[in-house]
Design a protein. Structure first.
Length: 356
């Protein structure tokens, strides 16, 4: 008789979850350490609630719940420095955190004997350094589930990671559209519309490209919410924002068009969130979304083309913008759902799971 498989799922877990859980018990005068012979996090065996809505935590919460309905799963934070006991029928499945002492690094690099070793992580190759540390892990694993846009898959053969393609499965990122309601009910008049970017200023995000583009559009505001150093010609509104319903309504009342000029971005959820809110999107193919008729294309090299594209949206008839908004909302609701994301993962994993 074969022992059933256990999936050892290693991904992002909110830092505050264990702290708050322990604190809640301590307020009742209970010694939590007496109950736990080792510092076992509460989510290791299924105690999960009130997870953040945004990636990467949203990936963990939805995928963990989905997998738990189908087989036995143990969840680990990818920053933990432990080495779980893995059986020969078990499956190692998770994010390859760069720390050599982290779980995935140890389980794969130390040659753990198990049924399958499967990585899941955001993939892009416009700036190879972001994924170079994964090379020895990919060489030792069975499959890679890459959370990435079609652009990066289509250009993979000409990348430094072309050898990965035979074991590579592409996943479209997902959001829960109900968390991001369609709030864009009116656009500012042509000539007064405002642009918006949400995200960090990492070199992969292309803030310098966006700054150079907006320099050529001095009559129009481009607002930015996210961490990083100020850039000229971009109005840095806040370094942090909580995407509450009130925030969504504020965004929709002030801004009209979402812009993303990344040079190497896997499949950013901020684009999906903007689409869900009803903001038309203009982005580079290197943002992960391309060959989509309702998404305007920006360039990483041609600033003149970017100016023309943003001016076209600036002066487009309002009804045209609403047509784009409605089409993009439908796309989020059909092509970027958690059911689709999780079922795509399960289609791969189920071939290795014994006793599911």
């Amino acid at each position: 008789m074969f022992l059933p498989s256990v999936i050892h799922f290693v991904y992002a877990v909110p830092d505050y979850r264990l702290t708050l859980w322990q604190r809640g018990w301590r307020k009742l005068g209970l010694d939590i350490e007496r109950w736990l012979p080792s510092p076992t996090p509460p989510w290791r065996h299924g105690v999960v609630s009130h997870w953040p809505r945004h990636a990467p935590d949203s990936i963990t919460s939805h995928l963990y719940a989905y997998l738990c309905e189908r087989c036995q799963v143990l969840l680990y934070d990818f920053r933990e420095r432990i080495k779980p006991r893995v059986g020969p029928n078990d499956i190692i499945f998770g994010h390859p955190w760069s720390d050599p002492a982290s779980i995935i690094q140890r389980l794969i690099m130390e040659g753990t004997h198990c049924r399958a070793k499967i990585l899941i992580f955001p993939y892009h190759h416009g700036i190879p350094k972001y994924n170079e540390y994964v090379i020895p892990l990919v060489e030792r694993c069975d499959l890679v589930l890459g959370i990435t846009g079609q652009y990066w898959y289509d250009t993979m053969d000409s990348s430094p990671f072309a050898s990965w393609k035979p074991k590579f499965h592409r996943l479209d990122m997902a959001i829960d559209a109900s968390d991001f309601p369609f709030v864009k009910t009116a656009f500012n008049p042509a000539g007064k519309r405002k642009y918006l970017y949400i995200g960090s200023d990492l070199d992969c995000k292309g803030l310098d490209i966006l700054s150079r583009t907006m320099e050529r559009l001095p009559d129009f505001e481009c607002g930015w919410f996210g961490p990083g150093q100020d850039r000229p010609h971009i109005h840095h509104r806040a370094k942090w924002a909580v995407f509450t319903p009130d925030f969504a309504w504020q965004i929709a009342s002030k801004y009209d068009l979402y812009v993303h000029a990344a040079v190497s971005d896997a499949n950013p959820t901020t684009i999906l969130e903007a689409m869900a809110w009803g903001l038309p999107v203009a982005c580079t193919p290197q943002s992960g979304y391309y060959n989509i008729p309702t998404i305007a294309t920006l360039s990483t090299t041609d600033i003149d083309a970017n100016v023309r594209t943003l001016l076209e949206l600036q002066y487009a008839p309002e009804e045209h913008l609403f047509q784009i908004s409605r089409a993009n909302r439908r796309r989020v609701e059909t092509d970027h759902t958690w059911e689709r994301f999780c079922s795509s993962v399960w289609q791969v994993l189920q071939h290795y799971v014994i006793g599911s």
